[in-house]
Design a protein around this ligand. Structure first.
Ligand code: SF4
Length: 382
């Protein structure tokens, strides 16, 4: 099997007690069978303590029950892990040992990265200046799959590499790159659905000089504020139905409250606020977030869905990050620092990337509200 590994996968080190939002709180920690056996066999008072917190849910998953305040019972007052301290790092369950490292297989490729639901991972990925790099590896495991549609897989990989190159094309502003991505992905999907040849389109979007005029025709200088406000209302309301992270829920309510009550809701102020975003958030930071999302989800989403839906997922998260940052600035009158943005992204990721069914709920909402169409999305990213 081939392995494509983001640089940060090998470089990551947990910062433990210095972490601004520990991962050992606020969600379920699933315990793998080997670790569970180790904990069941452990003698002494710490073994008794471990067993007291181990529960099994309706589906048979074994997990550590969090305390009422949402914290793991083995997190000490300095935010350090007592399992690690008492019985060693190798005794931690797989979830805790691996996190935030995540991997998924698509076709015969394993995609491995770290999740930006960890603020330190976010800092590493979004803070890097050079283009994202990967290590490539291959082992002897042969992928034999009767169910894989290899033509479909090859099409998806071609789309992945084309979009990846577009997103890293630094001769263009990020919103120009996103325009190219939207046009390419939508047209590609149409060709695939109609069983028409895709090679000419791939060729066009593989050559910057050829697709530059396409972008220039579409992008206008004026930003579509009404669409952004509409998107945030729908996005936030959809997420509030499943939201379980208090800090994020608070942020969402503040945004909705501001949108309903602000006396300074003028188009000009919104235009300036988005300009302030462009002045304060580097193109590189935005590029890294987009490239991360592409890598983390595109090929996985494609498995059961389509190229267009893979692109929608990236756009949805990116737009939410951009709009929520701008709305926070509008309501607080102070532009949020990098630290705030990393934390907000980590919380959004925990809510959005790591919970079953949330993406589907938001996607359905977007589709029902006509937001999954290129026209709307081009306005949203402008
Ligand atoms: S969120 Fe990341 S840095 Fe923070 S405790 Fe967890 S792994 Fe460590």
């Amino acid at each position: 099997m081939k392995k494509l590994i983001m640089d940060e996968f090998a470089e990551f080190e947990c910062i433990g007690g210095k972490c601004p939002d520990t991962c050992c709180a606020g969600w379920k920690v699933t315990i793998d069978p080997d670790s569970n056996k180790r904990y069941q066999d452990l003698e002494g008072t710490f073994g008794d303590e471990l067993r007291k917190s181990i529960k099994t849910d309706d589906k048979g998953n074994i997990y550590f029950e969090m305390q009422k305040d949402g914290r793991c019972p083995f997190l000490d007052e300095e935010n350090l892990c007592r399992v690690y301290k008492n019985i060693g790092p190798e005794a931690m369950c797989n979830t805790c040992q691996n996190y935030p490292r995540v991997a998924y297989q698509a076709g015969d490729i394993l995609f491995a990265t770290i999740s930006i639901s960890c603020p330190e991972a976010g800092r590493m990925i979004l803070g890097r200046e050079d283009k994202q790099q990967y290590a490539f590896d291959e082992d002897k495991v042969k992928i034999v799959s009767d169910t894989e549609d290899w033509d479909k897989f090859n099409e998806a990989i071609r789309a992945y590499t084309t979009i990846h190159d577009i997103l890293q094309e630094r001769d263009f502003f990020v919103r120009e790159r996103l325009t190219a991505m939207i046009i390419y992905a939508y047209q590609m999907q149409e060709l695939i659905d109609n069983k028409e040849p895709t090679a000419p389109l791939v060729q066009l979007f593989s050559d910057v000089d050829q697709y530059a005029p396409v972008i220039a025709q579409i992008l206008t200088g004026k930003r579509a504020i009404a669409e952004k406000i509409r998107f945030v209302r729908i996005y936030v309301n959809a997420l509030l139905k499943t939201a379980r992270i208090p800090a994020l829920v608070n942020e969402f309510y503040q945004v909705l409250d501001y949108l309903s009550n602000a006396s300074d809701n003028t188009d000009e102020l919104w235009q300036n606020a988005f300009l302030t975003f462009d002045e304060n958030v580097s193109e590189t930071e935005q590029e890294q977030l987009l490239v991360y999302f592409l890598f983390r989800h595109f090929m996985e989403k494609y498995k059961g869905r389509s190229i267009w839906e893979g692109v929608l997922f990236i756009l949805m998260f990116y737009s939410a990050y951009r709009c929520l940052t701008v709305f926070h600035y509008m309501s607080e009158r102070k532009f949020p620092e990098f630290e705030w943005r990393i934390l907000m992204i980590a919380r959004m990721s925990r809510q959005f990337e790591h919970a079953d069914g949330v993406w589907e709920a938001v996607y359905d909402n977007m589709r029902e509200n006509g937001m999954a169409q290129p026209g709307f999305l081009l306005n949203l990213i402008n």
